[in-house]
Ligand binder design. Structure first.
Ligand code: SF4
Length: 95
């Protein structure tokens, strides 16, 4: 992992504080299992200092330009998968 990627991850609002199993499960529920509303995830992302880096990472992943694996599932950078697809399209069109 590149240093710049580590830097934003270390400041992430969703970074586990204690690493307890319960905490990890709760974060997973918030960011992966709480669709379609994503209320808690949206709230946490809204105040996250790493939102820009996180969204860029997720969009790069979604676009297949960063990792050659399946598209990210879940909520990243303040957006769910459908919102990120729209954002990716918007960026590709230059707007
Ligand atoms: S923007 Fe949201 S998903 Fe991304 S690091 Fe911050 S809290 Fe986590």
């Amino acid at each position: 992992m590149k240093p710049a990627e580590v830097a934003w991850r270390n400041r992430a609002a969703c970074r586990p504080k204690h690493g307890h199993v319960e905490e990890i499960r709760e974060l997973h529920r918030i960011f992966f299992d709480s669709a379609p509303h994503w209320t808690e995830a949206k709230k946490m992302c809204a105040g996250c200092p790493s939102k820009g880096g996180c969204l860029d990472m997720a969009l790069a992943h979604d676009a297949g330009t960063d990792w050659e694996v399946e598209k990210l599932q879940g909520f990243f950078g303040g957006m769910n998968q459908a919102e990120r697809a729209a954002e990716l399209q918007r960026r590709r069109s230059g707007y």
